[in-house]
Design a protein around this ligand. Structure first.
Ligand SMILES: Cc1cc2nc3c(=O)[nH]c(=O)nc-3n(C[C@H](O)[C@H](O)[C@H](O)COP(=O)(O)OP(=O)(O)OC[C@H]3O[C@@H](n4cnc5c(N)ncnc54)[C@H](O)[C@@H]3O)c2cc1C
Length: 423
């Protein structure tokens, strides 16, 4: 059985950032990938998707944007090129078309089984992605058979949808982007809105992501927030990357003709039932947006930027009609399709190390799996910092985790040297 010090599972940007940091510390390793480098961007994204982070904000260890459009937003193909290029630049030892089928503890290391054979390693890094499986609520089972349902992983473009109305469930970045695109295709959209995070694309002349970066909000650490469990579950900001740098909030969708309804609460006798909380969740999102802009304005003032950039402004509250519909008949033919933009979760069905919680998530402390020494995880929301979920966040997380991994290996060698029988 081939042996290496570290097996990294997954050749997305996070696994490759780990690879680069391992190489810097002379740790021999392999990166096992079931598809090709950047597999999820090749296979699981819709056609029109552009990153919601600007081009400059995809800094990876040993890699920075060098093009002439730092404020643009990459298309899916451009993200594939970026990740491919990065893999080449850092000479990552990727074994493509190698699916990991099991990881199990083996003495003081791990055996990693794949469809191409087994590897033995002292340490394993799970970089297999946070968004492997779309999350679909249990109410989906009650959708009438006449309505087509699909997830963002299956959606490519409006042309694949039947004519007729579309119910998009979920108002994070994915839900609002799909609502916008589908409605513009002539299919009337109803958008079911739960808790969401409202944000302008541009504020005081600067991209909101510039502010998140400059103020240090993106660098906030997982052990500094009051409620990390909640922080890790927060929906993504309502943003879209477009040439116009347009803001795509609920007011923009209402202006387009999209109908807003509350969170989907159930489906009874073919009728979708919506929570009466729409006004409240919108008011809360408006309040939080105000707080974010206050933080930005304070930082801009303290940094002496007030005279150099546009003055502060506030945005109109989210418009909600007096009595949003509480029900929608799914049997009338009005709705032909439902898109479940209700989030994603990782898939660890192949992980045979008992470190999963009730929800199937790996228990970890900032990416260090304490219950399984030598096991690490990267690429999850707020893993170590708010930016952990972004391409831009992988570098700092990878450096921290590799530092921990090196210290662990040193400890392990010392322990082996003083423990007869271990070699
Ligand atoms: C719709 C969408 C939009 C996003 N937009 C942005 C954005 O604008 N800006 C930004 O910075 N981030 C964005 N992200 C977040 C983030 O960049 C992506 O989730 C990113 O793909 C995560 O990178 P990763 O390397 O952690 O995981 P992935 O890119 O998912 O890579 C994981 C790799 O592991 C492989 N793998 C999984 N299981 C196995 C197995 N058993 N054996 C072998 N290989 C396996 C997969 O094939 C995959 O290649 C977006 C995410 C989504 C879903």
């Amino acid at each position: 059985m081939p042996t290496t010090t570290t097996v990294v599972i997954g050749a997305g940007h996070a696994g490759l950032a780990m690879s680069r940091c391992l190489t810097e510390r002379s740790i021999d390793h392999v990166v096992l990938e079931r598809g090709e480098v950047a597999n999820t961007w090749r296979a699981e994204r819709w056609d029109s998707l552009r990153l919601l982070t600007p081009n400059w904000q995809a800094r990876l260890p040993g890699y920075a944007y060098a093009g002439d459009d730092p404020d643009g937003y990459r298309s899916v193909n451009e993200v594939v090129d970026l990740v491919d290029d990065y893999a080449r630049t850092v000479a990552a030892p990727v074994h493509a078309h190698t699916t990991v089928t099991s990881v199990r503890r083996d003495g003081d290391g791990y055996t990693v089984a794949t469809d191409q054979g087994e590897w033995r390693a002292a340490t394993v890094v799970l970089a297999s992605g946070a968004c492997n499986v779309p999350v679909v609520p249990a109410v989906a089972e009650a959708v009438p058979a006449t309505v087509t349902t699909l997830t963002p992983a299956q959606y490519r473009n409006p042309g694949q949808l039947e004519e007729g109305g579309v119910l998009v469930v979920g108002a994070a970045a994915t839900g609002i982007q799909l609502a916008d695109e589908i409605h513009r295709s002539g299919r009337p959209v109803t958008l079911a809105v739960g808790e969401h995070v409202r944000a302008p694309r541009v504020y005081r002349g600067m991209d909101i992501q510039w502010w998140m970066d400059a103020t240090g909000l993106n660098d906030m650490r997982y052990d500094e927030v009051d409620d990390i469990v909640r922080a890790r579950r927060l929906p993504s900001m309502q943003l879209i990357g477009s040439a116009e740098r347009a803001t795509i909030d609920l007011n923009a969708l209402t202006a387009l003709g999209v109908t807003l309804v509350g969170r989907i609460a159930g489906i009874r006798d073919g009728t979708a039932q919506f929570a009466g909380s729409l006004r409240n969740v919108c008011a809360l999102a408006d309040l939080k947006l105000g707080r974010l802009l206050d933080t930005i304005d304070e930082w801009a003032g303290a940094s002496g930027l007030d005279d150099e950039i546009e003055p502060p402004r506030r945005f109109a509250p989210t418009e909600v009609v007096a009595a949003p519909p509480l029900g929608l008949d799914l049997t009338s033919g009005e709705i032909a399709t439902i898109v479940w933009a209700t989030g994603f979760r990782p898939d660890y069905s192949w992980l045979d190390v008992p470190v999963l919680d009730r929800k199937g998530m790996v228990r970890h402390d900032g990416g260090v799996v304490d219950e399984a020494p030598g096991l690490y995880i990267i690429g999850l929301p707020f893993l170590r910092r708010r930016k952990s979920t972004l391409i831009d966040g992988a570098g700092d997380d990878a450096r921290d985790l590799v530092a921990h991994l090196v210290a662990y290996l040193d400890d392990r060698s010392r322990h082996r040297a003083t423990s007869p029988g271990l070699s």
